[in-house]
Design a protein around this ligand. Structure first.
Ligand code: SF4
Ligand code: MG
Length: 318
């Protein structure tokens, strides 16, 4: 089906000193189809949140192109910019930090409704009540303050706020990472239901593959600002190509003996190197058990190794 988002060689660098630049996102290309859930996974510091914020326009890209629904970001007239600000929404990891503690929940949810003049008066109020019910809360919750809610409920408020402006595309940045395990599935199910009902497209960011496995159509794996692999979810789990993906998967216990041998191959040790001075050639080489001579000298090309299954690794060069 049709692509709603195209990301072309996007870089996002942050200058942190006179001679120091963090290359948080360092040349990433991929696209997301309309109606798709694209899972984006990587350790902290991989640049996945930065990529998400760059895509929705919270950060301007340092270079590269982002096209959403036919419009190229950074080259928009005011009116189109406003439309895209509404259509692309973000749900944040920490629902506590992203909700203003002094505002009533109803006004938090209505922020976007007000900013985009979508409704006022009684219509606005009813919209807020309706949104609260859509996310599994109750109309009377509109009068309360964020601290009166549990973490899972606060994330539901964040979801209602994003939904309020009728978005087409939502970047969910680790929306369940801060929640109790018992609550995580409920919030994921809610997001999944809303996607079907509202015709949404998701970029779903997580630090571990297990969290995105069941909801993602495709998954991308990031490491130190680069994309390491993209595949359909089932293919990524059954046949991970990149050693880094294999390492991430070996950390997930999966009751499938056919895959057990593959899972034992790599144990990831140590922290990733600093994104200020990433390793030459392949960025994963300092932790890769298969590293060869060429891996320090040449950056592996991004290639479609199998159908719809892309990776950047010298092991697949033949
Ligand atoms: Fe390992 Fe080399 Fe492949 Fe990088 S390119 S993942 S170092 S084998
Ligand atoms: Mg993050």
């Amino acid at each position: 089906s049709q692509e709603i988002l195209q990301v072309e060689n996007v870089k996002k660098y942050f200058k942190i000193g006179p001679n120091q630049t963090v290359k948080s996102v360092d040349g990433i290309s991929f696209s997301i189809r309309k109606g798709e859930t694209f899972g984006l996974v990587g350790e902290s510091g991989s640049g996945k949140s930065t990529l998400g914020k760059t895509i929705v326009g919270l950060y301007p890209a340092t270079s590269g192109k982002i096209r959403f629904d036919g419009h190229e970001l950074g080259h928009l007239d005011r009116q189109t910019q406003r439309k895209l600000n509404r259509e692309m929404q973000m749900i944040f990891q920490d629902p506590h930090a992203s909700l203003n503690p002094r505002m009533r929940v109803g006004d938090i949810i209505a922020e976007g409704i007000d900013a985009h003049h979508l409704a006022k008066g009684k219509e606005r109020q009813e919209l807020v009540y309706h949104l609260l019910e859509r996310v599994g809360l109750r109309p009377e919750h509109a009068e309360r303050f964020p601290h009166e809610f549990s973490g899972g409920q606060r994330q539901r408020i964040g979801i209602a706020r994003a939904l309020a402006v009728k978005p087409k595309f939502i970047v969910a940045d680790e929306p369940i990472s801060a929640l109790d395990v018992s609550i995580q599935a409920q919030v994921v199910n809610l997001l999944d239901d809303l996607k079907q009902e509202e015709d949404l497209t998701y970029l779903f960011i997580a630090h571990d593959l297990g969290m995105v496995k069941h909801i993602s159509d495709r998954i991308g794996v990031m490491y130190l600002g680069k994309m390491m692999e993209i595949a359909e979810s089932s293919n990524l789990f059954e046949e991970p190509l990149h050693p880094y993906t294999q390492a991430l998967l070996s950390a997930i216990p999966i009751p499938n003996p056919r895959l057990a041998r593959k899972r034992e191959r790599i144990v990831l040790s140590g922290d990733p190197p600093s994104p200020v001075h990433p390793p030459s050639g392949c960025r994963f080489r300092t932790r890769c058990p298969y590293a060869m001579d060429i891996c320090s000298k040449m950056e592996p090309a991004w290639r479609e190794v199998k159908k719809n299954h892309w990776t950047a690794c010298h092991l697949y060069n033949q």
